[in-house]
Design a protein around this ligand. Structure first.
Ligand SMILES: [Zn+2]
Length: 485
């Protein structure tokens, strides 16, 4: 198990290198290296020795709950992976990296056709992999199950129907209201100053720079590695420093989650997030519920003045309204918190159609543009603004966007539970004190890593089952105030 842990972490570090420092020319060779490592991990996880060890431990169960949890996880993994031929596993890992590189090039050239055959193959591989896991008839459930075990297409459909029925008309209504003044966000913000400010923000909210590092990267991304080495990347835009701040808070949220897993879990294979939606909830909580709140900017706006003198004298309230104004965009990453959800709905509907064969891959860009016009009222000008904007589908993260949506829904529950336990939380934020918020997250979520199911985490933290209700309540309260409805 320790070997698997080491190899997984080595593979994560190589993947960080690939995205941050690796020369372009070595992409193919790196693909082969990563494929080799994935094959080695797979071989260890499915070896006859592993099968025997698991059986022995099941026959004479240990009284140690950690060991019990490890055996349970190893059994699930063993049964699932044993059904996947090793060659398929390695071939897929290799293809995955190539697709990611072709996507980057296609994106630069605004040309979806360049990456079309790779994307088709990516989906085909994924379907084959989940067929091995027993999900041949229901690929959406099979893919969701990879990110959060037990989540089904039917559950996601129900949640999405509720969110769509509320959010599409709500966004439409806000579009017709007078819009907040956008000028407080405008200016020229040097990249080096942004890096320094983001560092101050991250240190204040609890990111430990002795256990990680932040580098510049084209696509923000966190390595899910050993808890003392959680790195991430950030992108800086000199005309808007809030994008880097919010992106740092997002990736930093993932990183803080991982940095605070119980040290007793080191080397056990249990020191990973219990599900990707829970992981995303921790990122989105920092980004949206803290980073887009008024108390946050009541504290950080005066701090930002040290780096950006043009902000001197700016009212936090004006800044907060500008930051949360609707930003309807064809791009998910430049959208406001509210219309962002419509981007997720669009992606889910297209993924479902591609997976059940009702949409041909060749038709994807046109179908994308059509849905964008229908839900958001904006049509992408080219493939880069449309179907090529996100790396996810091109790096195997199919049906992953639901993790953001589920993460948002988890956050609704977590926010109201935290408010109950820490009634002064927003006063504390106003004074730059994030310690009780961090403690709440660590003691209710982070430290358990994967020793609790997502369901247990939510139940123990909030005493509720997952629903869209609290998240929609949060959005309604926030936007009613911002738009003075
Ligand atoms: Zn994330």
């Amino acid at each position: 198990m320790q070997k698997i842990d080491y190899l997984t972490n080595i593979s994560q570090t190589l993947s960080w290198d690939m995205r941050v420092t690796m020369p372009k020319g070595v992409a193919e060779y790196r693909g082969a290296e990563m494929g080799f490592l994935a094959g080695q991990i797979h071989a260890l996880e499915t070896s006859p020795e592993m099968g025997t060890l698991i059986r022995e431990l099941e026959l004479s169960p240990s009284s140690d709950p950690l060991l019990q949890a490890m055996v349970k996880k190893a059994r699930k993994n063993f049964d699932k992976l044993s059904r996947v031929p090793e060659e398929l596993y390695a071939a897929y890992a290799d293809h995955n990296l190539k697709t990611e590189h072709v996507w980057a090039e296609a994106r630069e050239k605004h040309d979806f056709r360049m990456v079309l055959p790779y994307l088709k193959q990516e989906f085909a591989y994924k379907k084959e992999l989940i067929s091995c896991a027993g999900f041949a008839d229901d690929p959406v459930t099979g893919l969701m199950d990879e990110w959060e075990e037990g989540t089904t297409r039917q559950q996601i459909n129900c949640l999405y129907e509720e969110l769509k029925a509320y959010l599409v008309p709500f966004v439409q209504r806000l579009r017709e209201e007078p819009q907040p003044d956008p000028t407080p966000l405008q200016g020229a913000f040097p990249k080096e100053k942004q890096k320094a400010f983001c560092r101050e923000v991250l240190q204040t909210v609890g990111y430990d720079f002795d256990k990680g590092r932040v580098d510049e990267g084209a696509h923000p991304y966190t390595t899910f590695n050993f808890r003392n080495d959680i790195r991430f990347t950030c992108r800086y835009f000199e005309d808007d420093f809030t994008r880097a701040v919010l992106s740092s808070l997002h990736e930093g949220g993932h990183a803080i989650h991982w940095q605070n897993m119980d040290p007793a879990l080191d080397g056990t294979t249990l020191a990973v997030s219990t599900s990707l939606p829970i992981d995303e909830s921790q990122a989105r909580f920092q980004e949206n519920m803290l980073g887009r709140s008024l108390p946050f900017w009541e504290h950080f706006l005066p701090a930002a003045e040290k780096y950006f003198p043009e902000l001197k004298g700016m009212s936090p309230e004006r800044f907060y309204r500008a930051l949360n104004a609707l930003r309807i965009s064809p791009l998910r990453l430049t959208s406001d918190e509210l219309s962002y959800n419509l981007h997720l709905i669009l992606r889910y509907e297209l993924e479902k159609a591609l997976l059940d064969g009702s949409l041909a891959f060749e038709e994807l860009p046109a179908a994308w543009n059509e849905l964008s016009s229908s839900y958001l009222g904006v049509c992408p000008q080219n493939d880069t603004e449309g179907v090529l904007q996100d790396m996810h589908w091109f790096s195997g993260y199919i049906c992953y966007f639901q993790s953001y949506m589920l993460g948002n829904c988890y956050d609704g529950h977590f926010l109201y539970a935290m408010k109950k336990d820490v009634p002064a939380m927003f006063d504390q934020i106003r004074h730059g004190d994030f310690s009780q918020i961090l403690n709440w997250n660590v003691s209710h979520i982070h430290r358990f890593a994967s020793t609790k199911t997502p369901h247990q985490v939510l139940w123990d933290a909030a005493g509720e089952e997952l629903s869209a209700g609290p998240y929609l309540r949060y959005l309604t309260e926030k936007y009613t105030d911002i738009y003075r409805l």
